[in-house]
Design a protein around this ligand. Structure first.
Ligand code: ADP
Length: 212
């Protein structure tokens, strides 16, 4: 996902409008020794992307607003570490029953399962626990390591990753949450959690940024 790149002619158009705006398409074409028709696609792109404002009977003016390109750049600058939540971890031997209680107590939809060295071993979702609850197994006996999704099938991210990339992982893998991890010699240490709620909050914060 790269920001919009302008071609040389579009850059020149922006320069002209900055210096001489408001200015008609006709006049911009004259400056560039081109026909108005040739410029039409460039002007359309620059207007759509928010670089220029087209005012009827006045002409084009340079838009002071943040452009699409800059907006894309701001989005790519959002980092996992600035939006992550605290992870909720449980041990591999916790029973499904206790895991359900833990989910209610901590008010989360996903638990991360760790071994005795606190390294990531698995992920437990609401539906993993529901599936077990409606099955025949005794939920007060069955340990979570039997029913969790386990390594190496866990999708995770790092704190310096862009939030957009983390969001893409959530969507591509159709999961609600990613552990934020740091690599250690003996496995992955969980340092945070990214959920669809974090992504929604980031989306709101972008819209509320004053300099947009
Ligand atoms: P739910 O099952 O409550 O809808 P999810 O969509 O997050 O919640 O989980 C769907 C399945 O994917 C579950 O079996 C869960 O264990 C697994 N899962 C959840 N998060 C991850 C992840 N980050 N990596 C791999 N598997 C995951």
């Amino acid at each position: 996902m790269s920001p919009i790149e302008l071609n040389q002619r579009q850059d020149k158009i922006l320069q002209i409008v900055k210096e001489k705006g408001p200015i008609t398409g006709e006049k911009i074409a004259e400056h560039l020794n081109l026909t108005r028709a040739t410029l039409r696609p460039d002007l359309a792109i620059l207007t759509m992307a928010g670089f220029l404002d087209a005012r009827p009977r006045v002409g084009y003016i340079y838009s002071g607003k943040k452009t699409m390109a800059a907006l894309t750049e701001s989005m790519m600058n959002l980092k996992v570490k600035d939006f992550q939540s605290l992870p909720v971890v449980v041990s591999e031997n916790m029973t499904a029953y206790d895991a359900i209680c833990q989910m209610f107590l901590e008010d989360v939809g996903t638990l991360f399962v760790v071994d005795e060295r606190s390294r990531l071993q698995g992920v437990l979702s609401r539906k993993d626990l529901l599936r077990t609850s409606i099955g025949t197994q005794a939920i007060t006996k069955i340990p979570v390591h039997i029913i969790m999704t386990r390594m190496p099938n866990i999708v995770y991210c790092h704190k310096n990753d862009s939030l957009v990339h983390a969001a893409k992982k959530l969507i591509d893998r159709q999961v609600d949450s990613l552990p934020v991890v740091e690599e250690r010699e003996d496995g992955l240490e969980i340092v945070g959690r990214i959920t669809k709620t974090n992504i929604t909050k980031a989306f709101i914060s972008l819209a509320e940024t004053n300099d947009l």
